[in-house]
Design a protein around this ligand. Structure first.
Ligand SMILES: [Zn+2]
Length: 662
């Protein structure tokens, strides 16, 4: 909902407006920042709408460490210290942690993880779209259609939604392939692939162009002409090269024209920029024979290679024409590739491009009706070493070893090709990083364990997920990765959550324009300007400004609450504000009787200790409770601590069967 986002954005804008020239923040600034963030948190409402659109942004290999590094890098590129900034998705109202392991591996690959978050089932390492009973590389077993999984992209098509895939990798690479293909080996990108050639298993490119649901994807933008038999340059020996003389891009065009559709196949950024979306039904844009070049290696404003943001925007504009909404996957796919070669600068530039793509798309969509999910498939073995000073170049040196006396960099990896030691047969010596261009895109960070080029491994820890829009609050704790597909389906009422399987709580049908029982609306509306520079968050906000924002959120902030603990014992509790709702409920169970005695239906009761979900339920149920029980009885009710308590008060289940208009 716009409301949830608008406040955080407004807070950011306040910070931006009052940026400071001092290097570090004062205690007053930190205090005000926290009070403002608290006010914003208390204003969060869950969005129970049915999602017309779902957009999944997937940062391949963008683990939590990678996000932190990119956040700092983004800020430092703008002259800030960096740590205080945010990537755009880090301001989303709902976050979760995701367990990424595969059925048969503790540390996963991108094919099986993509199958999990797109098809809703965890599967075997390096397999795509197949039940885990199919062993890796087993073409014969994969022919059994009973093992074929369906993806959220298929579910969207089944609901007459338009679908699109955008990536900076080959369009046949693991992540996008999991939206439309089933293969027992992710490397079966073209017909020449070992293990399947001659065994009757269709390759990934073939499935994209001729099988369901690939052939019905309306927007296909990325790289990978070679696996489709449409190479424009010299064939790349590391990329699957067809031997059947098929040009699947021509076959794709022919099939669309034969069916009476207006379709275009394009190969340059210039063509993408001049597309007339109003006259097109289908578009396939393949801008490289293999992956798109790294951002770091591209000439700015290239007429050949579009940015990820340009592709994502083109996709959204094409898909938004559709009556029934759309599903879109946008992958920042080369973050992973840069990390596999221990190249932090390149990976961070790819992550900034991912950030820019999401920022651009957020200006195009309405979060009232669009679920936006940002996550990673898995992490990498990247780490952030201690203890650089605040604002230290994230690509620079962290400290000096007290063993070999040599400095070490902040960003390092536990394994990979950046291993850099020499031995005289007696002593082993680590390279001195001061002798290397640390800020260069081709500079490899040092590693502990040597591995060959591009073989740095994925990391096995959890990744983060960030979500905004309808049902984004269902991402709320540590989840298995396959849960993601089910939330997207439930949000949009498609696939396993189509029809009667998409019930909403009874209060959800009353969400719109229910002024009597909504939380106070912030006058600070969401504006596209709010998405322009979310990184510029220097914690500089005056007490008055913080109070103003808090007030707009319906939070009264007294002078005591607006003052840091300066001059007081460190762990002393500040003087309890007389009327501050935030402080009065912070150490005791929420009690209706302890709240305002007003019976006016225009005054909502807020219980800051409750979860947003339960609070939302209460917001929507108060009139019913008052009607059913009478105000006096309510005032003597001790506490709500669960949905059951609310159900008990209502005398009926708080959650009802779905209404017909869902
Ligand atoms: Zn990878």
């Amino acid at each position: 909902m716009f409301l949830k986002f608008s406040l955080a954005l407004a807070v950011d804008l306040l910070f931006i407006a009052s940026s400071t020239s001092q290097k570090f923040e004062s205690s007053q600034q930190w205090w005000n920042l926290a009070r403002t963030e608290l006010a914003a948190a208390l204003n969060v409402r869950d969005n129970w709408n049915v999602a017309r659109n779902v957009i999944l942004f997937l940062g391949d290999g963008m683990g939590i460490t990678a996000s932190t590094a990119a956040r700092i890098y983004k800020g430092q590129k703008k002259g800030m210290n960096g740590e205080e900034g945010y990537l755009v998705w880090e301001r989303f109202p709902n976050n979760a942690l995701i367990k990424t392991y595969n059925v048969d591996r503790q540390v996963p690959d991108s094919a099986a993880t993509a199958t999990a978050f797109l098809c809703g089932v965890k599967v075997n390492y390096e397999t795509i779209g197949l039940d885990p009973v199919v062993p890796f590389d087993d073409c014969e077993a994969s022919k059994d259609v009973s093992t074929h999984l369906t993806s959220v992209l298929q579910w969207a098509q089944d609901a007459n939604k338009a679908t699109g895939i955008v990536t900076s990798t080959r369009i046949t690479h693991a992540t996008p392939a999991a939206t439309y293909s089933r293969v027992a080996n992710r490397r079966w990108e073209c017909n020449r692939s070992e293990g399947m050639a001659g065994h009757g298993c269709p390759d990934i490119a073939e499935q994209l162009v001729h099988h369901n649901p690939g052939k019905n994807i309306k927007v296909i933008l990325g790289g990978g002409r070679q696996p489709l038999g449409a190479t424009l340059g010299i064939p790349d020996e590391f990329t699957c090269n067809r031997t059947d003389n098929k040009d699947l891009t021509s076959e794709w065009m022919k099939s669309k024209h034969d069916a009476g559709f207006k379709a275009r196949y394009i190969t340059s950024a210039a063509e993408l920029r001049s597309l007339d979306h109003s006259s097109l039904d289908y578009v396939m844009g393949l801008f490289a024979d293999s992956h798109l070049p790294f951002v770091e290696d591209q000439a700015p404003g290239s007429s050949n290679t579009p940015s990820l943001a340009e592709m994502a925007i083109a996709a959204v504009r094409q898909l938004q024409k559709e009556d029934a909404g759309f599903f879109l996957l946008v992958e920042g796919g080369r973050i992973d590739h840069a990390y596999h070669n221990n190249l932090p600068k390149k990976a961070l530039e790819e992550t900034i491009a991912f950030d820019e793509a999401i920022t651009a798309v957020l200006k195009e969509v309405d979060l009232d009706e669009t679920l936006v999910v940002v996550t990673a498939d898995h992490s990498h073995v990247l780490t952030i070493n201690g203890y650089p000073n605040r604002g230290n170049d994230i690509l620079g040196l962290a400290d000096v070893s007290d063993v070999d006396g040599l400095p070490y960099t902040t960003l390092m990896f536990t394994n990979g090709p950046g291993f850099n030691i020499t031995s005289n047969g007696k002593n082993v010596t680590r390279a001195d990083p001061r002798e290397y261009p640390l800020q260069h895109g081709e500079h490899m960070s040092q590693t502990a364990v040597p591995l060959k080029a591009f073989q740095e491994t994925h990391g096995g820890e959890d990744v983060a997920l960030y979500a905004a829009g309808p049902m984004s609050h269902l991402f709320h704790r540590l989840h298995e990765q396959n849960y993601i597909a089910h939330v997207m389906a439930y949000a949009a009422c498609i696939g396993p959550s189509a029809g009667e399987n998409c019930g909403r709580p009874s209060f959800a049908s009353k969400l719109d324009d229910d002024d009597a029982f909504s939380l106070p609306h912030s006058p600070l509306k969401r504006s596209s300007a709010g998405f322009n520079d979310l990184s510029s968050v220097a914690p500089e906000v005056s007490a008055a400004a913080a109070a103003q924002v808090a007030s707009s959120a319906g939070i009264r902030m007294t002078s005591a609450a607006g003052t840091p603990l300066t001059g007081r014992p460190l762990f002393n509790v500040p003087k309890k504000p007389t009327h501050s709702q935030a402080s009065s409920a912070s150490s005791s169970p929420a009690k209706i009787g302890s709240k305002s005695k007003t019976s006016s239906s225009s005054s909502a009761h807020k219980f800051p200790t409750l979860s947003p979900t339960l609070q939302s339920l209460l917001d929507r149920s108060q009139q019913s409770i008052i009607n059913a029980l009478g105000l006096e009885r309510i005032q003597h009710t001790q506490a709500f601590s669960s949905v059951q308590d609310v159900s008990n008060l209502l005398g009926k289940p708080a959650f009802e069967a779905p209404s017909h208009d869902m």
